[in-house]
Design a protein around this ligand. Sequence first.
Ligand code: CTP
Length: 405
Amino acid sequence: MLTGKRILLGITGGIAAYKSAFLVREFVRAGAEVQVVMTRAASQFITPLTMTTLSKREVIIDMFPPGPEEPPVRPTRHIDLALWGDVMLIAPATANTIAKITHGTADNFLTTLVLALRCPLIIAPAMDVDMYLNDATQRNIAALRETGCTVLEPDAGELASGLSGPGRMPEVDRLFSEVVKSLDNTRRDLAGKTILVTAGPTYEPIDPVRFIGNRSSGKMGFAVAAAAAQRGANVTLISGPVSLRTPRNVQRIDVGTSKEMAAAVLARFPAADMLVMAAAVADFSPAHPSDQKIKRDRTRGGPFILELNENPDILKNAGAGKTHQIIIGFALETENGVENARKKLSAKNLDVIVLNNPLAEGAGFGSDTNVVTVITASGEVEQFPSMAKIDIANALFSRFAPLLT
Ligand code: CTP
C-alpha cells in the first residue's frame, strides 16, 4: 500500500509517544521508508533505540550530533530530508512544538526540518485538555490550518492527568489512514502546471472609508491554492481583502477592487494552464467614488442615491480568450442552482462550474466545510456531500487534473 513512499515521522515529548512505535511498524509493514525525527523531550518518553530498530534507520534528534558520526553527517541534512519526504506526520505534537511551527522557530532538528518542508504536513496534537483548549494553542492550530497543514482533531477521553476531554492522540489506524489519504492527494499530478486561483471578495470604494463588499471569507479559494501547490503546481493566488495566511509554496497577489482583480487575472491568464475563479467578484461598483469622505448632511434629509456601474465579468473575458486553458468557475445560487449554473457554464465558456448554495447545511461564508455540486461542460453533474474545503479542492483536482495534458 505504501511501497516506495517516504514518510517523515516527527515525535515530540508526550506520553502518547509510545503509540508512535506501533505506527512506525505499520508504515514499515506497508512498504514505506520511515525516517524518525525526535525532539530531546520525546526521547524521555520512548527511546531512540526502539525507533531506530523499528524504522531500520538511524533516528535524528540533534542538529549538531554530539560526537563524530560514521558516515559523516552532511551539514545540509535538514534540507536533504525535507526534499526526501513524500509526507511528514508529527505524532504526538505537543503544544510547544505546535507553537514553534506556527511562528517559524527552528531551534531543534525537527522544527528546522519543518521550516524547509515542501511536502504535506500532518499534525496530531496530543496534550492535556486545558493546554489543548487554551486560546494560544487554538489560535496556533487555526493559523496552521490556514497555511494548508492538516491538524487532526484529537480524541476525547481520559487523559494522563486524570482529567477528561479532548487531547488524546488519535489511534494508530486513523493516523495511518490520514497519511494514506494525504499521499493520495499528493500525486504531484499538477507538477509543472501553472495554475491561477482567485479568492475572496472585492471591495468597491464609495469614498475613502466606505466600500461595497460581500461576505466571502476566501477560504474556498485558499484551499484550492493550497491543494494545487501540494500537488506540485506553480500557483499564483490573486486574493481580494481577506484575513487568511498564504498557503505554503503559493505566490500571492493582493488586490482590492474588481478592476484590479481583472487586470491581475487577465495579465497572467495567457501563460496559465488552468484558472480557478473562486473569488466573489462584486458585480457593481459606485459610478463616482468620492475623493473625500461623504458627509451625512450632504443629502439634507433626502434619500442618498448611489449610482452603480456594472463591473467587467472577469471569467467571461477569460473564457472568451481561452486557447488551451482549463477554466473552473464557481456559481453562488440560492435557487434553481443547477439550471442557473449550467447557463453560466456555457455563457462564460467554462469547462467546469462548482455550484454552491450558501444557505445549505454545512455550507456558507466563513465555514471550513462546503456543500457543492460539480457540473462539467460535457453535462456530468456530481453532488458532493458536506466536505472540508481542502477535501473539495483535492476532489476537484483528482477529477480535472487529467484534463491538463
Ligand atoms: N465572476 C467574475 N467576474 C464578475 C462576477 C463573477 O469573474 N464580475 C465569476 C466568479 O468568480 C464566479 C463566477 O463568475 O466564478 C460566477 O459568479 P456569480 O456571482 O455566481 O455569477 P454572476 O455571473 O455574477 O451572476 P449572478 O450574480 O447574476 O448570479
